[in-house]
Structure formats: structure tokens, C-alpha cells
Design a protein around this ligand. Structure first.
Ligand SMILES: Cc1ncc(COP(=O)(O)O)c(C=O)c1O
Length: 484
């Protein structure tokens, strides 16, 4: 029997529609590019002809009965999930949907303190009460790793009625926790496990990667196909196999939050990326792993650089490692990560995914080629040859856990005012303050600002950490609850 994964029903239907030369009296208004010739000249006519909208031949995202449904069924099978839903607003919308599906206003959800902002968005939207668990930190690298199972167990025992536990698998830097053990633990308390797999969609297609959410028995996952598996930016999938969260609830949430004009370009790219990954993913990813392993070894021969990888496994908070995340500790060059990012961009025409104070991160995928990795390694060799190798001392602390006074949702809907940071002790935060490193929010909406915290923020600034999330980028002022 032919492998059904050879089919790409949505892509084929869109192609048929284009080839039929249909006269389009429907949106989008650019009408196959004629309404915006400059864009058509740049990207080509065919891509704009494929930018269509819901109709009988092409199905409707709201209640798919045709080719979108068929494509989603193939997607679910590819990810070993019971159901899969196309997302056109990234994993952000998937994380929010998972939390809204699992939680009601007032129900508790256990989340790592270093979660992505989409988790905090989901908490505000659902009205859930977050119970934070601190991740471990690698002080030498200046990054957070994962949550220790024992820490999670302590929090679960203290909050046995929480509805769900959210897990990041793997982190931006490739670090994964013992997901199977977490699922078993959470399920023994009837808590659903929601997994943020923004950086892990490719792991479903090769055995060398950390265990996936669906394999571990998690209830739901949101995975960014666009980040690591070839589809267009913003296209992700929501995966479901829960016995704790009713499917009807998931559908209700999606119905509430979905656009009624989901992009066929994004959805078609999901259909094609799924086909490619199921049919050729193992071979493509084997080549990706060969390249990244070679690059990691080369970089580790360069004085002053440390490309961390599978040798992280066994350190606190790291149970498994995704080798395609090429994190490079650059402190030994006497430069900070942001400087290295800038130099690579402006002198060597190389753009990395991100940098923090002491690291840069290159994401290696099925789209990378040996020549490009050679460009990166030789640029780093050149940089190291010129560097003064004076490592700058750096210290960071895990932020003290603030007291939550009102829920993030209540804080979001309360009147707020801006005050000087130095006068903020005792006030309730109306905004988030995130520090990189270590990538943990110092404060979240609804939490009490303490004098220690203000000291800590000053300390972070003196260390050159990037502070994000506040209306005032310099963080001289801070928004708190109360009227102006
Ligand atoms: C851990 C994590 N979760 C969720 C997201 C959101 O994913 P998306 O950009 O697909 O919305 C990101 C994005 O970088 C992320 O790093």
C-alpha cells in the first residue's frame, strides 16, 4: 500500500485552483497580485495566485470538512497525535490555546518561571493563576537550563489541584528535561501536561533528538514548524492526545481565537513541510546533525570559544540536548555576546539567531549547507585570532521570587500609572520585566515590587544585562497598579 504521507491534499487543491485560471471575485483584494504589481514583481506571480481564501474547493479553516481536514489528519499521523490543527499565528497562539483549553478563571497552572511571553499571555487570557517553578541555571554559561524533577514534584505536592503543568521542550539553547517522568508525575495527580515545542518540531522526525511531547504522552503541544521544519514563518501546529482536556473545549478555544482568513500560503507550506519531513526528514536531519557536529568540534578547537552541546546532559536541569542548537559561549574572547553578534553581521555578513551577554546562538536546520557553516567557523577563527582573551568577570543571581498580590489577569485590567523605579518598592507591578541573562522574568504583572528587587534590577543593569518588557526601555520608570 502506498504511503499516504506522499499526499499533500491542501497544496494539490490550491495548485489546481491556480491552474484552473479561475476569475477571482473574492478576497484577498490584490487579486492574484494585479492590485500590488511591485510585490508581484518581487516575489513572483504564482505565490500571489496561491494567496487565496476559504471557499468550497479549498475548505474553510473554521470548520474544515475537505482538504484542510485531510491535511490536518495527515499532520496528526506524522506527529503521532490524535488530532492536529494548523496555526497561522505561530506557536504563540498554540500556547495560549492550550492554556485556555486546560484552565478556567481561577484554576492553577504550574509553569516554569522562564516561560516565553506567550505563556503569560495565555494566563491573562484564561484567568488562570500561575504557580511558578524555578528552572536551574548554569552560572558559567549564564543561561537557564530546565526545571529539576524534584523541584516540580515539590510544587505539585504543594498545589495538588492545579489543572496543568507547562513544559518547554527543548529550550532555545536546546536543553530538554525528563519529559516522560514529568508526564507520569503530573498525570498521577490528574494534571494535564502542555508542552511548548516552539523549538522542537523537527524532533518528531529523527531518533537522535530529545523525546517529543506526543511520544512522552503529554496532553497537548504547540510546535513551530516554521522555526525548524521548513514551513513559512508563523505557521505552527497544535497537537492533541489528551484524556484530561475534552476535544470540544480545544475546538471551542480555536473557534474563538482563529482568524477567519487563515493564509493559504502558510497552510500550504505546512502541508508540504509535513510531507517532506515524514518522507525525507530522517535523511535530511542526519545531514544536519553531521554538519552541526562538525561545526561544534571545529569551534571547540578555537581558543576562547566553547560550543556547548550534549556534554550539558547530566548537569542540573538538563536531561537531553538538541544538537541543532549551536550555542557558543564567547566570554573567553573578551567580548560580550551582543558585540560578537554585531561583528559577525557587519564584518562577516552572518546573522545569528540571538545573543546574550556571554553567548551567541546559531540555529542549524535542514536548510543549512556546509559552505555556510564553514563561513561561520572561519569568521569565529578570525575573531579569536584578533581577540585579547581577557574574560570579563560576570555574576548573576536567580531573582528572588516575588509575592503575587493580584492575578496577572486582574493586573492587566486594572488602572496603571508610571512611577520612578526607585520609588516602586511596595507597589504592585503592572508590567513584566525580563532579564537576559538569565532569561527569567524578574517581575510579572500582579506581583509586589520589593526593595531587594529594585537593588537586583540595578545590579542587572550594571552587569550589562538586557532588560525587556517595560514601557520605559531604560527602566528608570516602571508601571504599577493605581491611577495617575
Ligand atoms: C519558548 C518559546 N515558546 C513560544 C514561542 C512563540 O513561537 P512563535 O514565534 O511560533 O509564535 C517562542 C518564540 O521564539 C519561544 O522561544
Amino acid at each position: 500500500m502506498e504511503n499516504e504521507q506522499y499526499a499533500a491534499p491542501l497544496y494539490e487543491a490550491v495548485l489546481q485552483y491556480v491552474n484552473d485560471g479561475v476569475v477571482p471575485f473574492h478576497v484577498p483584494g490584490h487579486k492574484q497580485g494585479r492590485g500590488l504589481p511591485e510585490l508581484a514583481d518581487m516575489v513572483g506571480e504564482q505565490i500571489l495566485q496561491m494567496d487565496v481564501n476559504g471557499m468550497k474547493d479549498l475548505d474553510f479553516i473554521g470548520n474544515p470538512q475537505g482538504v484542510i481536514r485531510e491535511a490536518q489528519i495527515l499532520m496528526a499521523k506524522a506527529f503521532h497525535a490524535r488530532r492536529a490543527y494548523f496555526l497561522v499565528n505561530g506557536t504563540t497562539s498554540g500556547v495560549q490555546a492550550m492554556i485556555m483549553a486546560a484552565c478556567e478563571p481561577g484554576s492553577e497552572i504550574i509553569v516554569p518561571r522562564n516561560a516565553h511571553k506567550s505563556t503569560f499571555g495565555g494566563i491573562i487570557l484564561s484567568g488562570a493563576i500561575p504557580i511558578y517553578v524555578q528552572p536551574q541555571c548554569d552560572r558559567h554559561l549564564g543561561i537557564t537550563t530546565g526545571v529539576a524533577l524534584s523541584d516540580l514534584e515539590t510544587v505539585i505536592k504543594a498545589h495538588p489541584h492545579a489543572q496543568a503543568v507547562l513544559v518547554i521542550n527543548p529550550s532555545y539553547y536546546g536543553i530538554a528535561t525528563d519529559l516522560k517522568a514529568i508526564v507520569n508525575l503530573a498525570h498521577s495527580y490528574n494534571m494535564a501536561v502542555l508542552v511548548d515545542e516552539a523549538h522542537g518540531a523537527h524532533a518528531y522526525f529523527h531518533p537522535a533528538f530529545p523525546v517529543t511531547a506526543m511520544e512522552a504522552g503529554a496532553d497537548m503541544s504547540a510546535a513551530s514548524m516554521h522555526k525548524t521544519s521548513g514551513s513559512l514563518t508563523q505557521s505552527s501546529v497544535l497537537l492533541y492526545q489528551s484524556n484530561l482536556i475534552p476535544l470540544e473545549r480545544v475546538k471551542k478555544v480555536l473557534d474563538l481565537t482563529y482568524t477567519s482568513s487563515a493564509s493559504y500560503l502558510l497552510m500550504t507550506s505546512l502541508d508540504l513541510a509535513r510531507r517532506q519531513m515524514t518522507l525525507k526528514g530522517k535523511k535530511l536531519l542526519s545531514e544536519t546533525l553531521r554538519l552541526v557536529r562538525w561545526a561544534r568540534e571545529e569551534i571547540n578547537r578555537i581558543p576562547g570559544l566553547f560550543a556547548f552541546g550534549p556534554n550539558m546532559v547530566g548537569k542540573p536541569g538538563c536531561y537531553a540536548f538538541d544538537e541543532t542548537k549551536l550555542g557558543i559561549h564567547v566570554a573567553g574572547l573578551g567580548l560580550i555576546g551582543y558585540q560578537v553578534e554585531e561583528i559577525l553581521r557587519h564584518r562577516f555578513n552572518i546573522q545569528v539567531e540571538m545573543s546574550d551577554l556571554h553567548n551567541i546562538l546559531a540555529i542549524i536546520t535542514i536548510g543549512d549547507r556546509e559552505s555556510q557553516l564553514r563561513q561561520l567557523t572561519s569568521a569565529l577563527q578570525q575573531l579569536a585570532a584578533e581577540a585579547d582573551h581577557q574574560k570579563t568577570p560576570f555574576y548573576f543571581e536567580i531573582p528572588p521570587s516575588p509575592e503575587m498580590i493580584v492575578s496577572p489577569r486582574d493586573a492587566f485590567y486594572s488602572p496603571t500609572k508610571s512611577i520612578s523605579l526607585k520609588c516602586a518598592a511596595g507597589e504592585i507591578a503592572a508590567e513584566m520585566l525580563m532579564a537576559y541573562p538569565p532569561g527569567i522574568p524578574v517581575i510579572l504583572p500582579g506581583e509586589r515590587i520589593s526593595a531587594d528587587m529594585i537593588e537586583y534590577i540595578r545590579f542587572l543593569k550594571s552587569q550589562g544585562c538586557t532588560l525587556q518588557g517595560t514601557a520605559d526601555p531604560q527602566v528608570n520608570c516602571f508601571r504599577v497598579l493605581g491611577s495617575e
